[in-house]
Design a protein around this ligand. Sequence first.
Ligand SMILES: Cc1cc2nc3c(=O)[nH]c(=O)nc-3n(C[C@H](O)[C@H](O)[C@H](O)COP(=O)(O)O)c2cc1C
Length: 210
Amino acid sequence: MLDYIYNRHSVREFQDKDIPEEDLKEILKAAMQAPSGRNLQNWHFVVVQNRGKLKDIANIIKEKGKLATEKIADEKEKQKMLAYLNYYTFFPEAPVTIFVFAGPYPTTGMELFLGSNPTDQEVKDFNRHQPGIQNIGAAVQNLLLAASTLGYGGCWMTGPLYAKNEIQEYLGFKKECYHLACMVPLGVPVASELYSPPRKALGDVMTIIR
Ligand SMILES: Cc1cc2nc3c(=O)[nH]c(=O)nc-3n(C[C@H](O)[C@H](O)[C@H](O)COP(=O)(O)O)c2cc1C
Protein backbone atom coordinates (compact mmCIF):
# COMPACT_ATOMS: atom_id res chain seq x y z
CA MET A 1 0.00 0.00 0.00
CA LEU A 2 2.89 2.35 0.74
CA ASP A 3 4.82 1.36 -2.37
CA TYR A 4 4.84 4.96 -3.59
CA ILE A 5 6.96 5.85 -0.54
CA TYR A 6 9.44 3.02 -0.98
CA ASN A 7 9.67 3.44 -4.77
CA ARG A 8 11.05 6.96 -4.47
CA HIS A 9 14.82 7.16 -4.73
CA SER A 10 17.26 9.99 -5.30
CA VAL A 11 18.00 9.84 -9.01
CA ARG A 12 21.20 11.38 -10.38
CA GLU A 13 21.34 9.74 -13.83
CA PHE A 14 18.64 10.13 -16.43
CA GLN A 15 17.55 8.75 -19.78
CA ASP A 16 17.56 11.15 -22.69
CA LYS A 17 13.81 11.74 -22.53
CA ASP A 18 11.80 14.88 -21.88
CA ILE A 19 8.96 15.39 -19.42
CA PRO A 20 5.73 16.46 -21.14
CA GLU A 21 4.34 19.74 -19.83
CA GLU A 22 1.12 18.14 -18.56
CA ASP A 23 3.15 15.77 -16.35
CA LEU A 24 5.26 18.65 -15.07
CA LYS A 25 2.11 20.57 -14.16
CA GLU A 26 0.66 17.46 -12.45
CA ILE A 27 3.85 17.13 -10.38
CA LEU A 28 3.80 20.80 -9.36
CA LYS A 29 0.10 20.64 -8.48
CA ALA A 30 0.93 17.74 -6.16
CA ALA A 31 3.70 19.85 -4.59
CA MET A 32 1.21 22.67 -4.02
CA GLN A 33 -1.15 20.28 -2.27
CA ALA A 34 1.31 20.00 0.63
CA PRO A 35 0.25 21.31 4.01
CA SER A 36 1.72 24.67 5.05
CA GLY A 37 1.61 26.63 8.27
CA ARG A 38 -1.34 29.05 8.20
CA ASN A 39 -1.88 27.75 4.63
CA LEU A 40 0.69 30.34 3.61
CA GLN A 41 1.96 28.34 0.60
CA ASN A 42 5.17 30.33 0.67
CA TRP A 43 6.76 28.50 -2.26
CA HIS A 44 7.51 29.36 -5.86
CA PHE A 45 8.79 26.90 -8.45
CA VAL A 46 11.10 28.15 -11.19
CA VAL A 47 11.21 25.46 -13.88
CA VAL A 48 14.29 25.54 -16.12
CA GLN A 49 14.03 23.34 -19.21
CA ASN A 50 16.95 24.81 -21.10
CA ARG A 51 19.99 22.48 -20.94
CA GLY A 52 22.39 25.25 -21.95
CA LYS A 53 21.22 27.38 -19.03
CA LEU A 54 21.44 24.42 -16.66
CA LYS A 55 25.01 23.80 -17.84
CA ASP A 56 25.86 27.48 -17.20
CA ILE A 57 24.49 27.18 -13.66
CA ALA A 58 26.42 23.93 -13.07
CA ASN A 59 29.59 25.70 -14.23
CA ILE A 60 28.99 28.55 -11.80
CA ILE A 61 28.66 26.00 -8.98
CA LYS A 62 31.72 24.04 -10.16
CA GLU A 63 33.96 27.11 -10.46
CA LYS A 64 33.01 28.48 -7.03
CA GLY A 65 33.51 25.00 -5.55
CA LYS A 66 36.92 24.61 -7.18
CA LEU A 67 38.06 28.03 -5.97
CA ALA A 68 37.04 27.17 -2.41
CA THR A 69 38.82 23.80 -2.49
CA GLU A 70 42.06 25.52 -3.42
CA LYS A 71 42.13 26.79 0.18
CA ILE A 72 42.29 23.21 1.49
CA ALA A 73 45.93 22.38 2.32
CA ASP A 74 45.51 18.63 2.82
CA GLU A 75 45.62 16.99 -0.64
CA LYS A 76 43.41 14.03 0.39
CA GLU A 77 40.74 16.35 1.82
CA LYS A 78 40.96 18.49 -1.31
CA GLN A 79 40.35 15.48 -3.59
CA LYS A 80 37.42 14.41 -1.37
CA MET A 81 35.84 17.83 -1.69
CA LEU A 82 36.42 17.89 -5.47
CA ALA A 83 34.72 14.49 -5.75
CA TYR A 84 31.74 15.90 -3.82
CA LEU A 85 31.33 18.54 -6.53
CA ASN A 86 29.85 15.83 -8.78
CA TYR A 87 26.92 15.58 -6.36
CA TYR A 88 26.27 19.29 -6.86
CA THR A 89 26.67 19.55 -10.62
CA PHE A 90 25.06 16.49 -12.26
CA PHE A 91 21.69 18.19 -12.75
CA PRO A 92 22.13 19.30 -16.42
CA GLU A 93 21.86 15.57 -17.26
CA ALA A 94 18.15 15.92 -16.42
CA PRO A 95 15.80 17.59 -18.94
CA VAL A 96 14.33 19.81 -16.23
CA THR A 97 15.51 21.32 -12.97
CA ILE A 98 13.08 22.99 -10.62
CA PHE A 99 14.51 25.77 -8.49
CA VAL A 100 12.37 25.97 -5.37
CA PHE A 101 12.11 29.41 -3.80
CA ALA A 102 10.94 29.98 -0.23
CA GLY A 103 8.96 33.04 0.77
CA PRO A 104 8.73 34.64 4.20
CA TYR A 105 6.75 33.17 7.06
CA PRO A 106 6.12 36.02 9.50
CA THR A 107 6.26 34.85 13.11
CA THR A 108 3.24 35.61 15.25
CA GLY A 109 3.05 36.05 19.01
CA MET A 110 6.74 36.63 19.68
CA GLU A 111 6.19 39.74 21.78
CA LEU A 112 3.40 37.97 23.66
CA PHE A 113 5.68 35.15 24.71
CA LEU A 114 9.07 36.89 24.93
CA GLY A 115 8.16 40.46 25.93
CA SER A 116 9.26 43.55 24.06
CA ASN A 117 13.04 43.19 24.60
CA PRO A 118 13.99 39.59 23.87
CA THR A 119 17.67 38.67 23.61
CA ASP A 120 19.05 37.50 20.26
CA GLN A 121 19.30 33.98 21.69
CA GLU A 122 15.62 34.03 22.79
CA VAL A 123 14.54 35.14 19.32
CA LYS A 124 16.73 32.44 17.75
CA ASP A 125 15.23 29.75 19.99
CA PHE A 126 11.70 31.02 19.37
CA ASN A 127 12.16 30.68 15.60
CA ARG A 128 14.22 27.52 15.67
CA HIS A 129 11.51 25.22 14.31
CA GLN A 130 11.38 27.35 11.13
CA PRO A 131 7.81 26.66 9.95
CA GLY A 132 8.45 28.57 6.72
CA ILE A 133 11.13 26.14 5.61
CA GLN A 134 9.12 23.14 6.90
CA ASN A 135 6.46 24.17 4.37
CA ILE A 136 9.02 23.96 1.59
CA GLY A 137 10.12 20.50 2.76
CA ALA A 138 6.55 19.23 2.65
CA ALA A 139 6.07 20.57 -0.89
CA VAL A 140 9.35 19.11 -2.16
CA GLN A 141 8.56 15.68 -0.73
CA ASN A 142 5.13 15.76 -2.41
CA LEU A 143 6.83 16.81 -5.64
CA LEU A 144 9.26 13.87 -5.50
CA LEU A 145 6.57 11.35 -4.60
CA ALA A 146 4.34 12.57 -7.43
CA ALA A 147 7.27 12.43 -9.86
CA SER A 148 8.20 8.84 -8.98
CA THR A 149 4.54 7.76 -9.09
CA LEU A 150 4.39 9.12 -12.66
CA GLY A 151 7.56 7.23 -13.63
CA TYR A 152 10.09 10.04 -13.20
CA GLY A 153 12.91 10.48 -10.76
CA GLY A 154 14.66 13.41 -9.16
CA CYS A 155 16.97 14.52 -6.44
CA TRP A 156 16.42 17.04 -3.67
CA MET A 157 19.55 19.23 -3.69
CA THR A 158 20.83 21.85 -1.30
CA GLY A 159 24.56 21.14 -1.71
CA PRO A 160 25.01 23.60 -4.62
CA LEU A 161 23.53 26.45 -2.62
CA TYR A 162 26.93 27.72 -1.50
CA ALA A 163 26.55 29.46 -4.85
CA LYS A 164 23.00 30.54 -4.05
CA ASN A 165 23.54 34.24 -4.76
CA GLU A 166 25.20 33.55 -8.10
CA ILE A 167 22.47 31.07 -9.12
CA GLN A 168 19.74 33.55 -8.20
CA GLU A 169 21.47 36.27 -10.16
CA TYR A 170 21.78 34.00 -13.21
CA LEU A 171 18.12 32.98 -13.03
CA GLY A 172 17.05 36.60 -12.66
CA PHE A 173 13.89 35.50 -10.83
CA LYS A 174 12.75 38.02 -8.23
CA LYS A 175 9.84 37.87 -5.83
CA GLU A 176 9.99 40.02 -2.72
CA CYS A 177 11.73 38.30 0.20
CA TYR A 178 11.88 34.95 -1.63
CA HIS A 179 15.17 33.05 -1.64
CA LEU A 180 16.42 29.86 -3.26
CA ALA A 181 15.82 26.94 -0.86
CA CYS A 182 16.70 23.91 -2.99
CA MET A 183 16.89 22.50 -6.50
CA VAL A 184 15.22 19.39 -7.91
CA PRO A 185 16.36 17.95 -11.25
CA LEU A 186 13.70 15.67 -12.77
CA GLY A 187 13.69 13.15 -15.59
CA VAL A 188 13.25 9.53 -16.53
CA PRO A 189 15.68 7.56 -14.36
CA VAL A 190 18.16 4.99 -15.61
CA ALA A 191 17.39 1.63 -13.99
CA SER A 192 20.59 1.53 -11.91
CA GLU A 193 19.46 4.63 -9.98
CA LEU A 194 16.42 2.94 -8.48
CA TYR A 195 17.83 2.20 -5.07
CA SER A 196 18.27 4.02 -1.77
CA PRO A 197 20.92 3.70 0.92
CA PRO A 198 19.87 1.83 4.09
CA ARG A 199 17.99 3.56 6.86
CA LYS A 200 18.68 3.60 10.60
CA ALA A 201 16.88 1.04 12.74
CA LEU A 202 13.44 2.25 13.85
CA GLY A 203 14.41 1.75 17.49
CA ASP A 204 17.24 4.30 17.06
CA VAL A 205 14.91 7.10 16.02
CA MET A 206 11.65 6.34 17.86
CA THR A 207 10.76 6.96 21.48
CA ILE A 208 7.39 5.91 22.81
CA ILE A 209 6.02 7.68 25.87
CA ARG A 210 3.10 5.91 27.51
C1 LIG B 1 17.63 18.59 2.20
C2 LIG B 1 18.34 17.60 1.29
C3 LIG B 1 19.44 18.01 0.57
C4 LIG B 1 20.10 17.12 -0.31
N1 LIG B 1 21.12 17.60 -1.08
C5 LIG B 1 21.70 16.77 -2.00
C6 LIG B 1 22.69 17.27 -2.90
O1 LIG B 1 23.05 18.44 -2.90
N2 LIG B 1 23.20 16.41 -3.81
C7 LIG B 1 22.82 15.10 -3.90
O2 LIG B 1 23.33 14.37 -4.75
N3 LIG B 1 21.87 14.59 -3.05
C8 LIG B 1 21.28 15.40 -2.12
N4 LIG B 1 20.28 14.92 -1.31
C9 LIG B 1 19.82 13.53 -1.46
C10 LIG B 1 20.27 12.63 -0.29
O3 LIG B 1 21.62 12.32 -0.43
C11 LIG B 1 19.39 11.36 -0.28
O4 LIG B 1 18.05 11.72 -0.07
C12 LIG B 1 19.80 10.36 0.80
O5 LIG B 1 21.08 9.87 0.55
C13 LIG B 1 18.82 9.18 0.87
O6 LIG B 1 18.71 8.52 -0.38
P1 LIG B 1 17.31 8.37 -1.12
O7 LIG B 1 16.76 9.73 -1.36
O8 LIG B 1 17.61 7.64 -2.40
O9 LIG B 1 16.41 7.56 -0.24
C14 LIG B 1 19.62 15.79 -0.43
C15 LIG B 1 18.50 15.38 0.30
C16 LIG B 1 17.84 16.29 1.14
C17 LIG B 1 16.60 15.82 1.86
